[in-house]
Write a protein that binds this ligand. Structure first.
Ligand code: ATP
Ligand code: MG
Length: 414
């Protein structure tokens, strides 16, 4: 059975991570089995190792393009360029351009930067706060900061309360920052324009700035909408200040765009997320820009119950004790909880295949899955403790500091 072959290959690759041939066979076997995403992950490693054979670059690039993996597609392009494969480079460049133009609404024309057109193409977001487990306090804050000023502007005018300005979410990975931003758009009934770092960053001079500007133009074409800047630290990296003028320009473009929103009131709500707020350029955090900073912690126990019930909503199950599951999954992120349920479902499927029945997901399945999923927030929390203790603007991170000081968390981190 190909599943056995795949897991045997996987084990072999794990044991010999530098064996290129083995990894290639694994990647090809995954493709043949229709496991495209895991296959692409293997190709990412191969490209990192500069070990993907030249004659496969175009095929892998095409697969990446078909699956929305722009970063991988770009790596293929870069490798083709370095290898001097003219035809392949042309084809891959074409795929990159197509992908950028469908994502940003920008028609990229090489050597013709003015040929840009923007269309109102973003649908209204349908994710709502119901689909975000826990985070009651954060939802309340967002309601007051973002949703209310939009739905009841007269209230804010009457009391001279300034609305506008962006909200920056920060915290460990997988705890729902992106999901929450999306749901904020959904709660407002607005489109969600997601600007991802791989859509912006480009090694070619001036292209990143153009991509970033294009993303704002696309948001304007779709306004009113929520514009979401993911991985703000990478876009507005503080150390750019000390770097060359090229790197600085991206920060400047972002500042200009944000200030334009403030003055023109264009119906753009700007949200951003980061795992490393201390790497974000200070200028980004001044009033009218990202002046509201919210910590998104790992979910506490009641929040984990809530997230589990969200994640399990469409899974046939029987006799699940969510409370006891939540109690045994301290420091799990929302993403970890989802991974746990997915692994549990894998066991259900194995059982269904073996017995021919259609068993519901039970505690047994989840308990078997549990040892395989580790909380992914701990690394982050360990890493940031010193940042927060020694950050010179520590009051900005007060809520994270308080979280780290709490007895339960200290115990888990020691
Ligand atoms: N509170 C939550 N409720 C329901 N699902 C959640 C929650 N938090 C995380 N998840 C699940 O985990 C996935 C990853 O979460 P998300 O991408 O929002 O995390 P993030 O904080 O943006 O992480 P990163 O810092 O890595 O970008 C979500 O798509 C969702 O399936
Ligand atoms: Mg995210």
């Amino acid at each position: 059975m190909s599943n056995d072959r795949i897991s045997a290959l996987r084990k072999a690759v794990e044991a010999n991570p530098d064996d290129v041939l083995l990894r290639l066979v694994l990647a090809e076997t995954l493709v043949a089995a229709g496991e495209t995403e895991p296959a692409l992950d293997q190709y990412v490693v191969l490209l990192d190792q500069q070990a993907l054979p030249e004659d496969q670059l175009v095929a892998v690039g095409e697969l990446a393009a078909a699956n929305g993996r722009l970063a991988l597609l770009r790596s293929c392009l870069e490798a083709a360029r370095q290898a001097g494969i003219v035809e392949g480079t042309g084809r891959l460049q074409q795929l990159v351009d197509e992908m950028i133009s469908t994502r940003t609404g920008v028609k990229v024309k090489i050597g013709q930067p003015d040929g840009e057109e923007f269309v109102s193409d973003a649908p209204k977001e349908t994710t709502t706060f119901d689909q975000v487990g826990g985070m009651d306090e954060i939802k309340r804050i967002i309601h007051r900061m973002v949703i209310l000023p939009l739905s009841r502007p007269e209230l804010y005018q009457k009391y001279g309360r300034r609305s506008g300005g962006g909200v920056m979410l920060y915290g460990p990975p997988g705890c729902g920052k992106t999901l929450l931003a999306r749901a904020t758009a959904g709660e407002c009934g607005l489109p969600f324009v997601n600007v991802r770092i791989e859509d912006v960053m480009d090694p070619y001079l001036g292209v990143s700035e153009r991509n970033l500007h294009a993303a704002f133009e696309r948001a304007r074409a779709n306004s009113p909408c929520v514009l979401f800047l993911d991985e703000l630290d990478a876009l507005a990296f503080a150390r750019h200040k000390h770097g060359g003028s090229e790197a600085r320009r991206l920060v400047d473009v972002l500042l200009q765009e944000l200030d334009a929103i403030g003055s023109e009131n264009e119906g753009l709500l700007v949200l951003a997320a980061t795992n490393a707020p201390w790497d974000v350029d200070e200028a980004m955090l001044r009033p009218g820009r990202f002046d509201r900073v919210i910590f998104v912690p790992p979910p506490d126990e009641p929040a984990r119950v809530d997230i589990l019930s969200v994640v399990l909503k469409d899974v046939p199950s029987a006799g699940l004790d969510l409370k006891s599951l939540a109690a045994t999954t301290a420091m799990f992120s929302g993403a970890d909880l989802r991974a746990l349920v997915e692994r549990g479902v894998d066991h259900v499927i194995d059982e269904a295949l073996a017995t021919g029945g259609e068993p519901p997901l039970s505690m047994q399945h989840l308990e078997r899955a549990l040892p395989g999923v580790k909380p992914s927030t701990l690394d982050w929390l360990h890493r940031v403790r010193s940042y927060i203790e020694f950050a010179n603007q520590s009051e900005r991170y007060d809520d994270a500091a308080a979280y780290l000081r709490s007895k339960d968390v200290r115990r888990r981190l020691s």
